[in-house]
Design a protein around this ligand. Structure first.
Ligand SMILES: Nc1ncnc2c1ncn2[C@@H]1O[C@H](COP(=O)(O)OP(=O)(O)O)[C@@H](O)[C@H]1O
Ligand SMILES: [Mg+2]
Length: 349
């Protein structure tokens, strides 16, 4: 077997077995149960999603189904997990053969990443999202994230509030965004869909020869959510001109060309299945996800760094300032972001 070092949550191995028609490869993963407390719900979500995609691809007569969706194997008892003597959870997935994935993005990879996550949305557009478990409750409940921030500031358990007045004030002034999607949902204007919740290019497998996107992998955080959250987090992560913990915030900005690359892969896949309201809210999704993460970093700083791992002093404050700088830049670019989206819709229709 070979060890794959790419992921940083699960332990992933490639198993090579000798079969009559050559070598067969499988992915074997030890699931990180410290991060994922309910592996049965996670695997149920992944199974529902992958079997739906498999069915849709087969109906379309796609010749490459085996590489375009992972298969989750069951053992002879019908379980998708093998629990070893020491309590570890193991699972076996089909190997997406002749594929690569990337940790560094450029415009071409980002466009393909957008296409992969857009296609994932499209293939699941007729899947009832309420069948999925909400494995991480309130994951993108921005209002709750803001409330947690206010509570942390109120408690001020480490005496750090004084230092972060400006950051607190800025986030407070953006409170309206925190409730925006919930309100649209309450008015039946924004449906819950299947969201991936980790829309990074290293969770897409690409064809080794052509670079074309094949399958979306790493389905541990698949849950009901809003399409603007997946879109927003992908852009927030990939189109930032600086690292997530850049200390010089003048280096932080949203790269509109990178944004456009992701959007130009994503939009054509989804434009005929999402509503006008959903489409018009994709740029706000980028802003809201950025504000949400800023509030999470700042909350953790106020609480004494209990959640995110810190590698240097004030690491969470640096991260929060970085996301706030990014949010401020996104705000300036919102209308430009919207018009670039609209241009892709016109091309498609
Ligand atoms: N089905 C698969 N086929 C080929 N490679 C895979 C497959 N599943 C995972 N990998 C490889 O293993 C890495 C880690 O897997 P992933 O499911 O993303 O776990 P993590 O949650 O640790 O990121 C991926 O980035 C990819 O390189
Ligand atoms: Mg991964």
């Amino acid at each position: 077997y070979d060890i794959i070092k790419a992921g940083n949550i699960n332990d992933t191995y490639v198993i090579n077995t000798r079969a009559e028609d050559g070598i067969k490869q499988y992915i074997v993963q030890r699931v990180n149960t410290t991060v994922f407390k309910n592996p049965n719900q996670i695997v149920s979500n992944a199974e529902l999603v992958t079997s739906h995609i498999e069915k849709k691809l087969k109906e379309k007569g796609d010749p490459d189904v085996k590489r375009k969706v992972m298969h989750i194997y069951k053992n002879k008892d019908g379980n998708s997990f093998y629990i070893s003597e020491n309590g570890d959870n193991w699972r076996v997935l089909s190997f997406v053969f002749n594929s690569v994935n990337y940790n560094q993005v450029n415009n071409i990879i980002l466009k393909s990443t957008g296409e992969a996550f857009g296609s994932f949305q499209r293939l699941l557009s007729d899947f009832p999202a309420e069948m999925l478990y909400t494995t991480i409750p309130d994951f993108h409940n921005t209002e709750k994230r803001f409330e947690a921030l206010y509570m942390a500031a109120e408690k001020d358990s480490c005496g750090r509030k004084q230092e972060v007045q400006n950051e607190l004030e800025y986030l407070k002034s953006k409170e309206g965004y925190a409730s925006k999607f919930r309100k649209l949902h309450d008015n039946n204007e924004m449906p819950l869909r299947v969201t991936h919740n980790d829309t990074k290019c290293n969770n897409v497998m690409f064809d080794k020869d052509t670079g074309a996107p094949l399958a979306v992998i790493d389905l541990d955080t698949v849950m009901p959510g809003f399409v603007a959250h997946d879109f927003g987090d992908a852009v927030r992560f990939a189109a930032n001109t600086a690292e997530e913990d850049e200390e010089d915030i003048t280096k932080v900005s949203l790269d509109l060309n990178m944004y456009e690359s992701f959007a130009c892969g994503f939009i054509p896949q989804v434009s005929d299945m999402i509503s006008k309201t959903e489409l018009d809210n994709l740029p706000d999704g980028v802003l809201i996800i950025t504000l949400e993460l800023a509030s999470r970093f700042l909350t953790d700083y106020l609480n004494g760094d209990v959640y995110f791992k810190c590698k240097k002093p004030k690491h969470n404050l640096i991260r929060a300032r970085c996301q706030i700088a990014l949010a401020k830049d996104i705000e300036k670019k919102l209308s430009e972001m919207q018009s670039r989206l609209d241009s892709f819709v016109t091309i498609v229709k």
